[in-house]
Design a protein around this ligand. Structure first.
Ligand code: IVH
Length: 718
């Protein structure tokens, strides 16, 4: 296993406590099935020691021998391969899209506090709700700055891994989560508690992994991730599990929910303490954070939070605060939750981390829509996990308000979010003779006069042929999440544009080997590779092409919805604003932007050239009817409720609301909690209250259980 990186800490090469490869081979030959099981158990145990405990007990070489032996046996006996085998972590097939899954219990977020008094208020609310006599304790954990995930284990095996999404439903990213080596594919089944369980936690990227990844990307001229959290989120949404497996993602699990045989929550009164559940999780082989502590008083909690605010930089990963949780699970039930967050937990957020550095220049960047953004060039400074050498300044007003001048000593901050900000100037350090910033009147690249559009604060370069805009559009078009043309990094783009080989994105498809080969530093092999990448991209799905065109406001999700509903570029070009807003999730701003994009002659020409070059301009035509089409769109069944937005209310005669929601989701529908104009159906049972009234007033179609059943059963017959 060459991809085992040394663990961060505590690596030891003790006398092996687990037998070395080969030593276990007994005198009596085992059957292949038995030997396979023995090997899997050993590898699982070594993975746990290595990736969870950071205490490996065998060398990488010996570990590789075990894996090789298992692989050999499995390829000789493919019928013995099971999905929970350590050899099966990385699936071979890329995902075309991530199916949406509903969380049986919503993944709530938590309220934030920013100072000690707010933490005391939280404690007071708990005491008021429980009454003065009740005793309770708190467990306090680090708030890991990563991406929340849910892992479902059925009969001990990892069955589903999902993102939080909007809290109600997320994306099924099982294949990607399986590649995280510290996530057990199977858990020890010694406990009677183990029916099905769901564990939740946070996936993150440690600092060293983040730095390595960005260094690699810089080498390949790929855009860098702003911080470890973005890198984590991006990694989990990659379509190739193989690529995810190369990212050193980690996870801490912090919640477990036990289910009984019927899928209902099993209370587990003998494991009522959250703190003890963390130990239980660790005992089952899950990675948990060892810094959690339990306290009886809120003042101890506050002191612990302060302690970590001081020490946060000593960690090898980012945290953005602490999470304070009432320890007793039974009390969670009593305290309940508001719509968004539980009453039994709160986050204590840290103040943003600050650093001081020098503003060396203010550069203007021209985006693909012509918006000109001033960017601060900074003397590189390390802050909260990454080196900062640049920060956006948004617009001229912001610079004027802060009176930022080149040469100033400035404070930069990295808040809960992403992008570093220049927060203020240290005026005491301002040098004599510094000059007030003035926004140039012309585009720094093509010298077209800049204009302010309407009441926007931003200024734009109105020249659609501006090389900077073209470059940004090409970068967007060729990016991974758009047409995914390998080898088309910023340097190559700049070179191709600079030599006048192409003028817009359609030109990419008219490049040939001769002209590419004439470029400096472009060897024959690189030219071949690039042309191969370009050719392969012609068959990208319609939504990626639509997204790649870079129509203002049309993001990936909007492009997907529009492609699904309008089914071809011609359909989209012909659509009116009204037809576009009828597509779920598409609002007037997007609709207007699309219509105006396709009114522009130059854009129509580009489409024409792309069409002539043979790009796919339609959704894949359905082969063999609805089922095949649904499959092509990533569903298991025909999606009779594809993209229908459904709200369920009241008591249904034969199903719980959750069951109904699951069936609707399985049929491609989206179940939401409140009725709006966009709702397609309200499924109403007995005692339906305000939602029914609202649906009636908005003219939303109302179905009873029988009627929605009829729609759903259309699923089998169409
Ligand atoms: S508990 C219902 N514990 O913070 C409570 N969350 O703002 C569920 N997070 O979505 C969350 N570390 O992504 C909890 N130790 C921790 C956490 C943690 C990070 C994230 C998580 C959650 C968000 C809440």
């Amino acid at each position: 296993m060459t991809n085992r990186k040394p663990p961060a800490q505590g690596a030891s090469r003790d006398e092996p406590k687990v037998a070395r490869a080969g030593q276990l081979k007994p005198a009596d030959p085992m059957s292949p099935a038995e030997r396979i099981e023995v090997l899997r158990e050993q590898i699982r145990s070594h993975d746990h020691r290595y990736f969870v405990l950071a205490e490996p007990v065998i060398s990488d070489y010996d570990y590789d021998m075990l894996v090789n032996e298992l692989r050999d046996l499995e390829s000789a006996h493919p019928d013995l391969i099971t999905p929970d085998s350590p050899t099966q972590r990385v699936g071979g097939t890329p995902t075309s899209s991530f199916p949406v899954v509903r969380h049986p219990v919503p993944m709530l977020s938590i309220g934030n506090t920013y100072n000690d008094d707010e933490i005391r208020d939280f404690d007071r609310r708990i005491r008021d709700l429980l009454g003065p006599e009740r005793a309770y304790a708190y467990t306090v954990e680090l708030k890991i700055d990563g991406v929340a995930v849910s892992l479902r284990y059925e009969d001990g095996a990892l069955a589903l891994g999902a993102t939080r999404g909007d809290g109600e439903q997320g994306d099924d990213i099982t294949a990607n989560l399986r590649t995280i080596r510290s996530i057990p594919l199977r858990i020890a089944e010694e406990s009677p508690r183990l029916n099905n369980i769901e564990v939740r936690g946070e996936v993150y990227l440690p600092h060293d992994g983040f730095r390595d990844l960005n260094a690699l990307r810089a080498g390949r001229e790929e855009p860098l991730f702003a911080n470890p959290r973005n890198a984590t989120a991006g990694s989990l949404k990659l379509r190739h599990p193989r690529v995810v497996a190369e990212r050193p993602l980690r996870v801490f699990l912090y919640t477990v929910r036990f289910e009984d045989e019927n899928g209902a929550i099993a209370e587990q009164p003998e494991l009522d303490s959250h703190f003890e559940r963390l130990s239980w999780l660790a005992g089952q082989g899950f990675p948990t954070n060892v810094e959690a502590r339990r306290f009886d008083t809120i003042e101890e909690v506050i002191a612990f939070c302060h302690d970590w605010e001081e020490r946060r930089t000593s960690l090898s990963y980012d945290i953005d605060g602490m999470v304070i949780k009432v320890d007793s699970i039974a009390l969670h039930g009593e305290l309940g939750a508001t719509l968004k967050s539980p009453r039994w937990a709160i986050a204590s957020k840290f103040a943003a981390q600050r650093a001081m550095t020098r503003l060396t220049d203010i550069r203007l960047q021209v985006g693909r829509t012509g918006v000109v953004t001033p960017v601060a060039e900074l003397e590189p400074v390390f802050l909260a996990g990454s080196t900062i050498s640049r920060a956006t300044l948004h617009n001229e007003e912001e610079i004027t308000r802060k009176d930022l001048r080149v040469g100033d000593t400035v404070f930069i901050e990295k808040g809960g979010d992403v992008i570093p900000k220049v927060v203020e100037v240290d005026m005491s350090k301002r040098e004599d003779g510094s000059v007030k910033f003035e926004m140039p009147k012309v585009c720094p690249v093509c010298e077209t006069t800049l204009v302010r559009v309407g009441d926007e604060v931003a200024v734009r370069c109105g020249n659609a042929a501006c090389p900077a805009q073209t470059q940004a559009r090409i970068t967007h078009f060729t990016a991974r999440n758009a047409m995914d043309i390998e080898g088309f990094g910023p340097a190559v783009t700049e070179q191709i544009l600079g030599s006048g080989l192409i003028e817009d994105v359609s030109g990419i498809y008219y490049l040939d080997k001769e002209r590419l080969g004439a470029l400096e530093r472009m060897g024959e092999k690189s030219a071949d590779n690039l042309l191969r990448g370009i050719k392969a991209s012609k068959d990208r799905p319609l939504d990626r092409l639509l997204f790649g065109l870079g129509i203002p406001h049309v993001g990936e999700r909007a492009a997907r919805q529009i492609a699904r509903h309008l089914r071809s570029i011609d359909g989209i070009m012909a659509a009116t604003e009204e037809e576009l807003v009828a597509v779920p999730e598409i609002g007037p701003k997007i609709a207007e932007s699309i219509v105006s994009f396709f009114q522009n002659e130059r854009n129509l020409e580009i489409i024409q050239k792309l069409r002539a070059a043979g790009l796919r301009m339609e959704l894949e035509p359905p082969e063999g009817g609805a089922d095949a089409q649904a499959l092509a769109e990533g569903g298991e069944h025909a999606q009779v409720l594809a993209d229908k937005i459904v709200v369920i209310t009241g008591t249904l005669p034969n199903h719980t609301r959750d069951e109904m929601a699951d069936r609707i989701t399985a049929a491609g529908g989206r179940v939401t909690s409140s009725v709006s104009k966009k709702t397609d159906y309200l499924v109403a049972g007995e005692n339906a209250g305000s939602k029914l009234k609202k649906a009636q007033s908005l003219g939303v179609e109302i179905l009873n259980e029988e009627e929605i059943e009829a729609q759903l059963s259309g699923q089998q017959t169409t």
